[in-house]
Design a protein around this ligand. Sequence first.
Ligand code: SF4
Length: 472
Amino acid sequence: MSKPLQKLPVALTSSTHPARLWSPEAEGRVRCHLSPRECNIPEGGVGFCGVRHNRGGELVTLNYGKSVAMTQENIEVEAVFHYAPGASILSLGNIGCMMACDFCHNWQTSQARLARDRDIHVYSSEQIVEYALRHDIKILSWTYNDPVVWHEFVMDTARLARKHGIKNLYKSAFYIGPQAVDELLEVIDIFSLSLKSMDADFYRKHTKGRLEPVLAAIKQVYAASKRPGGPHLELSNLCVTGRNDNIEDAVKTARWMLDHLDAEVPLHYVRFHPDYKYTQVERTDVGFLEAARLAAKAEGLKHVYLGNVLESASINTLCGECGKLLIERRGTLVVSEAASASCSGCGAPSPVVFPWNMDEQGKGGTDDRRPLDGAGRVDEELTTVHRFTDQVSALHIEQAREAQVSFQFLDVSGKSVGARQSSSCTRFLISKPNAQATSVQIAYGKGDVPQIFEVLDRAHFPTTQEQGSDCP
Ligand code: SF4
């Protein structure tokens, strides 16, 4: 399946890079093997994803090195709860997608024709790795729209990052071909894979993809995860209001995992927010998510979590043997953790991987538990206050240069309810740390006015388009 060359942002069409995983076909056509869609693209056309182009009988990528603003976040926003808790990550997302979910919450970047030039940054692999090292960030996260369609750049950068001791996290809907998975297994340390449903009709109708290849690719990663030095794996199941927010579908996911993976693989039932073309419904009911979790645990899964839920004991990590609390969370923040290879209650191995020495747990960049030491800026010439709402408990702060920005959480009376923190990343996430916080005060230097973006859910990249605007 292919599309005619469409009107794409100039930033995409201005340069190309040779693609891999394709073969020539008759009459100058090419077939792309990156995703199971296997687009057969005529000369001059682009594939379904909008970012792989047949130029003169050869497949090229339009999005090599073209990313949304790289953003410092923490690993929990990627639905990874059992690897380096609280670790700082550098999130990178590009343009295009091999699926077309009508409920996508990153549609401004996943649908290439809707992307805007001003949201597209051009980075080299070296720039990204150097930036991560400078900000003491030990994990690159390939995320947002979907990294599958960025394959060549992901491979090149992830390989370079590994040479510098940086790990790679891959957050994806994973509609991907087996050869591409084999390549990723050479460079990716952590896979966070998102199942949209266990219903093949759901995939066909609402994502324009197919369920079976997704399941096959997950099994391929799982098999690799069982080998020595294999990657870490967690699964998410998005529960879309009125579509698959039913216990039968949720239990199907748990049963499939028990049949094809094992009871130790963490599963996250993720709350949906209305977006793109599916806005006429409410967010997923938290009561349903709690019931789904209990049902999955009754089936036999040991670690089942809720996603995009701020306050619930169901986002904490317990020992799978004795039930002792190992990691306490609030939303995507770690409140407390037992950073030990074994449970202090029963001695069973911890289900959580701590990949570094205990004294360097990868919490560089903005560390929500590290108070501002006073040695950095802050001349605090200007401040702005942003209020949280029922729907918004996290923000992206973006600035033009790496200036120090500090922030402090306030209660309804304006009193501080959290230690002041700071970051000098050009874009970074801040999350409401407790129930008392109703707003955050942001202090910045004169001439460094930051932009503020409301983050609705994890793995969500708000863009310069109006928040809440209707899609074209
Ligand atoms: S990545 Fe998938 S959607 Fe894009 S051109 Fe290749 S086969 Fe088509």
